[in-house]
Ligand binder design. Structure first.
Ligand SMILES: *Cc1c(COP(=O)(O)O)cnc(C)c1O
Ligand code: SF4
Length: 347
């Protein structure tokens, strides 16, 4: 298979959707973008409807059902957007969304109402000028986070140009890029792209979105090695998803696979209530039990921070279990195996 699958008919002809489902999936496709790259398609077992890779990318009629708690903008990007392309919620860092296209479209995406192919979400030259002027006018911005969409779907030439213009703003020290490309279309993380990203004075950090160890194929390894070779600090971002990675062993194996490849586990995201994503939802209590299970069984290197983006735009907060809690007049600590221990009084 050599082409990206974009339509229900494409999925049917690739054997990734039953022929009878095409008409029903057209309604989904009309609402939310579909893209399955050859690298991803090769990982999906079409005979298994519970395949953790297939679940992430193959559309389902369930996406047309929206529950009352779901929101088009679940983490409140728009209320912190002073102008198109910028989300500035924390003083020292901001998001710059130069494109809304991605190589693949994840069915649980928290920005699914805005991501998609075509120019709609991209910035015009004038809008990009304004966004860069905004950054230049805010000396408290230490870090620029390129996100989208997936910023690495832009051409190396456009990326290089953007990186140079950000590097021209003296108070910006760190360039962070959030991407799924190393697992979605690893062959595109080539020398030209890596040079475009890393060829400036900025310290480069790359947050790679990976949800299952099976996504870390030899081609993905090569993409990560390219980035690491250029001096990028590699971090992971994983979305906790029902049926995909909501088991301690699955998460633990993923974290190990990341560390083995030089990627530091960074965030485990509680799933955001984006429209039509109820089938992926895991409760906070379930998430906390998983995080408890990772501690003690897997190396400290394999412990991402479990975070909740408080719906409504109030920011990300650690959402892990409480290990130390008030009890009586003092504090009680819970160990990784469930034992509880009263702590000596503090002065
Ligand atoms: C997630 C996010 C960031 C990055 O947060 P970190 O905790 O630094 O990873 C920055 N800005 C916005 C608006 C975000 O949603
Ligand atoms: S790659 Fe990221 S932005 Fe694109 S669809 Fe997936 S989760 Fe959304």
């Amino acid at each position: 298979m050599t082409k990206v699958l974009h339509t229900p008919a494409d999925l049917v002809s690739a054997g990734l959707a039953p022929a009878g489902a095409a008409a029903e999936l057209e309604a989904v496709a009309a609402r939310y973008a579909i893209a399955v790259t050859p690298a991803v398609a090769a990982l999906i077992n079409p005979a298994d409807p519970t395949d953790p890779i297939g679940l992430q990318y193959l559309p389902s009629p369930e996406e047309l059902e929206t529950t009352p708690d779901e929101q088009a903008d679940p983490i409140g990007d728009s209320i912190h957007s002073p102008l198109k392309g910028i989300v500035h919620r924390y003083p020292d860092r901001l998001l710059l969304t130069a494109t809304h296209a991605c190589a693949v479209y994840c069915r649980f995406c928290f920005r699914r109402e805005v991501v998609g192919p075509g120019g709609a979400g991209g910035l015009t030259a004038a809008e990009l000028d304004a966004a860069l002027a905004y950054i230049a006018g805010h000396p408290e911005v230490w870090e620029v986070i390129l996100t989208g969409g997936d910023p690495l779907v832009m051409s190396p030439r456009r990326i290089g140009d953007l990186v140079r213009r950000i590097a021209d703003i003296p108070h910006v020290k760190i360039l962070r890029v959030h991407t799924r490309l190393p697992v979605a279309e690893p062959e595109r993380v080539n020398e030209a792209l890596v040079n475009a990203l890393s060829g400036s004075r900025l310290r480069l950090a790359v947050g790679v979105h990976v949800n299952h160890a099976r996504e870390l194929t030899p081609a993905a390894d090569a993409a990560l090695a390219h980035l690491a070779g250029a001096g990028a600090l590699l971090l992971s971002q994983t979305v906790l998803l029902r049926g995909v990675n909501d088991r301690v062993e699955i998460l633990g194996e993923l974290m190990r696979a990341l560390v083995e490849r030089g990627v530091r586990p960074y965030y485990l995201h509680h799933p955001d209530p984006a429209p039509g994503t109820a089938r992926f939802r895991v409760s906070l209590a379930e998430g906390q039990a998983l995080v408890r299970g990772l501690r003690g069984r897997y190396s400290g290197l394999c412990q991402p921070t479990y975070v909740l983006d408080i719906p409504g735009g109030f920011g990300k907060v650690p959402a892990g279990p409480a290990w130390i809690e008030p009890s009586g007049t003092g504090l009680t600590a819970t160990d990784p195996w469930g034992g509880t221990h009263v702590l000596p009084d503090e002065a």
